[in-house]
Design a protein around this ligand. Structure first.
Ligand code: RNT
Ligand code: ZN
Length: 418
């Protein structure tokens, strides 16, 4: 079918695909830098293990080993993804001059100047994350540690990151979402569950006492259920993170990562629940598989449902900050990045192509028979024609063209990284 015919079909269902395409092209979606190098960063020993209960498994060749290689790879990804990407950086990706180095509590805006230049060149806004893991100062706790000097170090890191986030927002003219996540927790049954949480709360209070303009810097609190080696207790649990954000609405927002809940819970349902209370929320879109929370995002049911809730709740007009978060080292990393990003775009386009007003009316009238029939018909609409049209208007390659380009890059660039 051609786009013209597909458009007619959608119009008869009550949606205009031209409008959907236009809307999607301007929705910021944050691209995580850490898929390119297995979350190693540049400020610590690259042979040191990843800590904090996260793990990138696999050893596919071609990992980016320097800021230059990572930027080269991101530039390649940008050629293949449609829409309006933003970059998402972790503090551990600081770029130092030759011979220079700063510990995490001493990081400053100048250490991110190279990234600002990169973002300017590629017309990107930039989000940011303090890095509370993979560092000798994790004892292994960070912001919730009972040790004063550990806690102090990480609070200083958090404050430094607020200053860096303000700098990124200022320089690039787009708000900077700054996400606070720690892997703090215990492998086995703790004797004191409230102590770490109170210390975590006080540490975040101190970090957020650093001055910032909340319309430009958006600190987030991300929760988690468990991690590898942190199976029994997570300090920043769902209730903790949500309560913190609810009690501090004027200075931070909650962040839900859909890999951080029990397997039958779904973030799609939590989005409207949170939006009933919070003006803004943030998301990490990922794919949980059994023990792992960070597989490449697919165009699957839950990703589509998340996108549908974002769209239906009016989240595309600045209420929902969308970011990707996964890391797969077992396949071509560029492909992992591109496939996941394009899948989020597909899910959003799919969601924008739903006749939401009509469906809502059916629900409100109690016509659940027609609602089900219509929702099922919508699944077999000529979505791929609209997707292809969107790619073309964004001057991005088709699915096939995209794969061929990644393979070319693998041969010409990645394979040479020996
Ligand atoms: C880990 C969290 C966190 C990290 C990134 C690297 O489980 O999801 O968001 O993935 O900060
Ligand atoms: Zn996350």
């Amino acid at each position: 079918m051609s786009y013209k015919e597909a458009k007619e079909k959608y119009l008869s269902m009550g949606v205009d695909p031209d409008q959907a395409i236009e809307k999607l092209a301007e929705v910021p979606v944050s691209l995580h830098c850490w898929q390119g190098d297995d979350v190693k960063g540049f400020d610590t020993d690259p042979d040191a293990p990843l800590t904090g209960g996260i793990q990138a498994t696999g050893n596919y060749p071609g990992r980016a080993r320097s800021p230059e290689e990572l930027m080269e790879d991101i530039a390649e990804v940008l050629k293949l993804i449609p829409g309006k990407p933003k970059l998402n950086l972790h503090a551990s990706y600081a770029v130092f001059e030759k011979g220079e180095w700063a510990d995490r509590d001493q990081l400053a805006p100048e250490h991110f100047k190279a990234w600002v230049d990169f973002c300017r060149e590629h017309h990107l806004g930039c989000d940011f994350n303090p890095t509370f893991f993979s560092h000798p100062k994790c004892d292994p706790l960070t912001l919730s540690s009972p040790k004063e000097d550990t806690r102090k170090f990480w609070i200083e890191h958090g404050k430094a990151c607020i200053r860096i986030s303000s700098y990124l927002a200022e320089e690039l003219g787009e708000p900077c979402v700054m996400n606070i996540w720690t892997g703090d927790g215990f492998k086995d049954i703790p004797a004191d569950r409230i102590g770490p949480r109170i210390r975590y709360k006080e540490s975040i209070d101190e970090i957020l006492s650093e001055k910032y303009d909340f319309s430009k810097v958006k600190p987030c609190i991300e929760s988690k259920v468990f991690g590898i080696g942190v199976e029994s207790y997570t300090v920043g649990s769902a209730e903790f993170a949500l309560s913190y954000a609810a009690m501090n609405k004027e200075k931070c927002i909650p962040l839900m990562d859909n890999g951080h809940y029990h397997p039958t819970e779904v973030v799609s349902d939590k989005i409207p629940a949170l939006l009933a209370f919070f003006p803004e929320i943030a998301l990490h879109i990922t794919r949980p598989v059994r023990w792992d929370s960070d597989h490449v995002v697919l165009f699957d049911d839950e990703t589509r449902e998340i996108a549908r809730e974002i769209v239906r709740c009016g989240g595309l007009d600045g209420r929902v900050h969308i970011a990707l978060d996964y890391f797969d080292a077992s396949i071509n990393r560029i492909s992992a990045w591109v496939v996941g990003y394009r899948n989020v775009q597909k899910a959003l386009l799919f969601a924008l192509l739903q006749p939401n007003r009509i469906l809502k009316e059916l629900q409100d009238e109690g016509n659940f028979t027609k609602l089900m029939a219509m929702q099922e018909s919508l699944k077999v609409m000529p979505f791929s024609d609209v997707w292809e049209e969107y790619l073309e208007r964004c001057s991005r390659p088709s699915e096939e063209g995209c794969f061929d380009e990644v393979m070319k890059y693998e041969k010409n660039v990645l394979e040479k990284r020996k």
